[in-house]
Design a protein around this ligand. Structure first.
Ligand code: HEC
Ligand code: HEC
Length: 158
């Protein structure tokens, strides 16, 4: 009897652990750096660096004075700090590469997460066309309109 119970508890613990592992895989690290969170979260949510390759972040950080039609310029020291954080955590910062590297060639450097092949595929397959016309959404880049926990890196909520 005692032995059986031991096996039962072990199995239950393993199921729990497996569940956590799957969840972790769907999560992106929230922006932990206070400077990045403040400066890159002023107009929209601070997007997770894991969603674009290094080349993209470099282009974005080099082009802040004309950032999607807005002036997002910062002083040189802050730019260096924010760039370093993005390069360190970019989609291609690890040897294996993150999900956002899927279908992306080594040379391409999209300026938008919403133009990466992985993002496009996930949303074309799962989001009905009318969802984008919802007045609460306004823009594809408005992640939080649909992913309530986007800021904490959780996109697996709907
Ligand atoms: C002055 C306001 C402002 C600030 C500050 C700002 N952005 Fe933006 N950003 C925008 C606007 C406007 C867009 C276009 C949004 C849209 O298409 O709905 C945008 C879009 C983006 C996109 C593309 C989103 C997509 O996939 O379509 C990225 C990536 C981005 N910003 C990164 C950054 C980073 C990194 C910083 C910090 C260095 C930053 N932004 C700071 C205004 C700003
Ligand atoms: C109009 C609503 C909508 C908007 C806006 C939107 N998404 Fe999504 N997204 C969805 C739906 C629906 C799914 C598929 C269901 C799911 O897996 O959560 C999805 C799936 C995803 C996934 C895959 C989830 C997984 O399981 O790994 C990621 C990552 C993601 N979205 C990121 C983003 C980012 C980043 C933005 C903003 C740049 C964004 N989404 C904007 C609706 C939206």
């Amino acid at each position: 009897m005692f032995v059986n119970r031991g096996i039962y508890f072990t199995a239950a613990a393993m199921v729990l652990l497996a569940g956590t592992a799957v969840k972790a895989d769907e999560r992106y690290k929230p922006v932990m750096d206070q400077v990045v969170a403040k400066e890159c979260g002023a107009c929209h949510m601070a997007f997770q660096p894991q969603m674009l390759p290094k080349k993209s972040w470099q282009k974005i950080m080099d082009g802040l004075p004309n950032h999607f039609g807005e002036d997002a310029s910062l002083d040189a020291k802050t730019v260096r700090h924010i760039t370093a954080y993005h390069l360190k955590n970019a989609a291609d910062s690890s040897w294996l590469g993150g999900k956002f590297m899927r279908g992306l060639s080594k040379t391409s450097a999209p300026l938008r997460i919403t133009e990466t092949p992985y993002w496009v595929r996930e949303h074309n397959e799962e989001v009905p066309g009318r969802a984008w016309k919802d007045p609460k959404v306004k823009s594809k880049a408005n992640c939080i309109a649909c992913h309530k926990r986007a800021n904490s890196g959780d996109y697996d909520d709907d």
